[in-house]
Design a protein around this ligand. Structure first.
Ligand SMILES: CC(=O)N[C@H]1[C@@H](OP(=O)(O)OP(=O)(O)OC[C@H]2O[C@@H](n3ccc(=O)[nH]c3=O)[C@H](O)[C@@H]2O)O[C@H](CO)[C@@H](O)[C@@H]1O[C@H](C)C(=O)N[C@@H](C)C(=O)N[C@H](CCC(=O)O)C(=O)O
Ligand SMILES: Nc1ncnc2c1ncn2[C@@H]1O[C@H](COP(=O)(O)OP(=O)(O)OP(=O)(O)O)[C@@H](O)[C@H]1O
Ligand SMILES: N[C@H](CCC[C@H](N)C(=O)O)C(=O)O
Ligand SMILES: [Mg+2]
Length: 471
């Protein structure tokens, strides 16, 4: 592609790629110079030019010599739109999900539902880039813009026609998912997380609303879980913008959840749609999985799926790794579940999912991640203390923080809790104290295969450790 087709005055220079890290610039690259939380990308412009960058996307004040300066007050957005033109085409049906919790579950369920209909589908998010054959991790829930666009374009070249991706609030703030057509966007819920980055809930919500204000196609569909206190705001934004609305949940219009009752292997849902009432057997437990399944059904319907067919397909959904995944049953007969709950709201949801199945005591093992929102730690302790019978506070991913200090902040919300520093020891203690009527819930790391301590990632998989401790 010639630079002249991407920007006036670009001439015949050949564009060979895009980069936002100067160390990845090669001859012909367009470099995005962004101010970040730790560095200012503009400091690396001379190095990028030396490495062969043909153009630099940067704000008006930046100094650019030896390459075209593509000037824009919002360089991240401008860069994304240019990169999207370079990487196109993309899968014709791309949908996005945002919300504090439920994104991974929902995009994975959407991928499964599309696959049941015979589509070549993929999902991109915390679990990585997932297709029918495998999953490749990108390290982030929403990868950086170059990784994201090149991966989505790569999926299209492989014949993928449907992709569902997680739009995290960081990803939306940093314009990591701009430029490709987005046919539907879903909102799951909003509760406390990532305030270390956004500062307050208003800014956090505003970041998420950008998915509906900017990223969703003007003629796209907004899919909203209608039972969250913030949902009316999202619905109002969609109406004002002229987007079609699909709402699901007890207050949903498209898929109205009438009743939900636990069954042996999951739960039965009674749903009203188009004036008819349907009964769905969902093979997943917990109100939160019913919510995510309905949002996924909403996304499939929003992009052309038949209502009756889609509701029927929900009965064949497979569990999402690390989301209420049953790891093992102990010698005493106690089931051990692994869940990804790492916010107060998520802990409440995971506990609420297991309580109806707990004849004896619910024993929870969890901690809180380091270098993340510290204000959610005590409320996480409170949520665990309020819902579980025995609370064991341990380490999650301490990262650069002192693990004992993180545990102390969690314990402020759960003074009666047992504190066990090492995660393996905590899991072992929970499994050894569980009786035949009890259930063990290990929360916070879900599918994660490593524990981040300082700059190291130590191999650690909650499911594998639970099985070792129960052996
Ligand atoms: C806080 C945060 O989101 N940081 C992300 C962000 O960094 P930043 O924009 O602040 O960049 P910076 O590190 O200050 O550097 C500024 C610019 O200079 C460039 N640079 C920097 C150094 C250099 O030598 N040369 C160079 O060109 C960088 O590429 C960057 O463009 O952009 C980087 C490139 O895309 C990301 O790798 C980085 O993710 C960090 C590693 C991270 O941990 N992010 C987490 C918090 C995150 O994004 N989590 C969300 C939410 C997860 C959830 O849903 O719970 C996610 O989507 O995963
Ligand atoms: N709809 C929901 N309502 C409340 N809690 C939920 C919901 N869906 C999931 N959860 C809780 O949040 C945890 C994480 O779920 P999931 O990974 O789907 O969310 P996510 O939005 O992708 O999270 P992250 O932002 O970390 O990527 C689950 O293990 C569960 O405890
Ligand atoms: N992937 C997300 C959630 C991590 C969850 C928990 N394991 C933690 O480390 O806080 C993040 O990077 O914020
Ligand atoms: Mg996720």
């Amino acid at each position: 592609m010639k630079l002249g087709t991407l920007t006036e005055g670009g001439g015949d220079a050949v564009v060979t790629g895009f980069a936002i890290d100067h160390r990845k610039v090669a001859p012909g690259t367009i470099f995005g110079a962004f101010e970040g939380a730790r560095f200012n990308g503009e400091d690396f412009i001379p190095d990028a030019v030396k490495a062969g960058a043909v153009a630099i996307v940067a704000r008006p004040g930046a100094r650019v010599e030896g390459a075209i300066h593509i000037v824009d007050a919002n360089p991240r957005e401008k860069f994304a739109r240019l990169a999207a033109r370079f990487f196109a085409p993309f899968p014709a049906t791309a949908v996005a999900v945002t919300g504090t919790n439920g994104k991974t579950s929902t995009v994975e369920m959407t991928r499964q539902l599309w696959r049941m209909r015979g589509f070549h589908a993929a999902s991109i998010g915390t679990l990585g880039v997932t297709t029918a054959d495998d999953t490749v991790s990108t390290g982030l829930t929403t990868p950086d813009i170059v990784t994201f666009l090149s991966n989505v374009a790569g999926l299209a070249r492989e014949g993928v026609s449907h992709v569902a991706f997680e739009a995290s609030s960081h990803g939306l703030s940093q314009y990591r998912t701009e430029g490709l057509p987005v046919r539907a966007a879903a909102f799951t819920n909003l509760s406390r997380d990532h305030l270390d980055y956004h500062g307050d809930m208003a800014a956090y919500f505003h970041a998420k609303l950008r998915l509906f204000a900017d990223v969703l196609d003007p003629d796209g569909v907004a899919v909203v879980w209608a039972d969250d206190p913030h949902s009316p705001r999202v619905e109002e934004l969609a109406r004002m913008r002229g987007n079609r609305l699909v709402t699901v949940g007890e207050h949903g219009e498209t898929l109205k959840l009438i009743a939900r009752d636990p069954t042996l292997l999951g739960q039965g849902l009674t749903i009203e749609a188009g004036g008819e009432t349907y009964r769905v057997n969902l093979p997943l437990i917990g109100a939160y999985q019913a919510a995510n399944a309905l949002v996924a059904a909403g996304l499939v319907i929003a992009t052309g799926g038949d209502v009756i067919q889609t509701l029927g397909d929900l009965s064949r959904l497979q569990p999402v790794r690390g989301r209420l995944e049953r790891a093992v049953i102990t010698k005493q007969g106690a089931p051990v579940y692994v869940d990804y709950a790492h916010t107060p709201d998520a802990l409440e949801a995971a506990i609420a999912a297991l309580k109806p199945h707990t004849a004896g005591r619910l024993i929870i093992v969890f901690g809180a991640g380091g270098d993340r929102d510290t204000g959610k730690r005590a409320p996480m302790g409170q949520a665990a203390a309020a819902g579980a019978d025995i609370v064991i506070v341990t380490d999650d991913n301490p990262r650069s923080e002192d693990p004992a200090a993180i545990r102390a902040q969690v314990l402020e919300g759960a003074p009666e809790a047992i504190e066990i520093g090492g995660r393996r020891g905590a899991i072992k203690a929970a499994i050894e104290m569980a009786g035949s009527e009890d259930i063990v819930l290990i929360a916070g790391k879900g599918h994660e295969q490593g524990q981040i301590v300082g700059d190291m990632v130590l191999p650690f998989d909650d499911v594998a450790v639970a099985r070792e401790c129960a052996a």
